[in-house]
Design a protein around this ligand. Structure first.
Ligand code: FES
Length: 109
């Protein structure tokens, strides 16, 4: 699965929750976008534990105290800033999709 090319628009900053995350699809690729104020990160929305989505059925994502993404399936936790696994059954990190913000646009870096 190839990552989206540089410059690909993924979201509008003002459409993201101020503190939290959402799931989106880019073509057939599931992505997770997490925002904390002006800081936005993007990860492949596939949990490295059992390959499930990190989002709830309504597309929201659990972010605990703005620091950890929590997989709703078996409870693995991941650092918001790096995607590193910080607890639970996952053995590895989330796959990072680098992004940049230009004005209100969140694009692949
Ligand atoms: S699929 Fe995420 S913790 Fe198991």
């Amino acid at each position: 699965m190839d990552k989206p090319p540089s410059g690909t628009p993924l979201a509008q900053l003002d459409s993201l929750p101020e503190k939290g995350g959402i799931a989106i699809d880019w073509q057939d690729m599931p992505l997770l976008i997490v925002r904390s104020g002006q800081d936005v990160k993007c990860y492949l929305n596939i949990c490295p534990h059992a390959g499930r989505s990190l989002a709830l059925p309504d597309g929201r994502v659990f972010v605990h105290k703005e620091t950890n993404i929590i997989c709703p399936v078996h409870g693995a936790t991941f650092d918001v800033e790096s995607g590193a696994c910080t607890g639970g059954p996952a053995a590895g990190p989330l796959t990072t999709i680098p992004v940049e913000i230009t004005g209100n646009d969140v694009r692949v870096a």
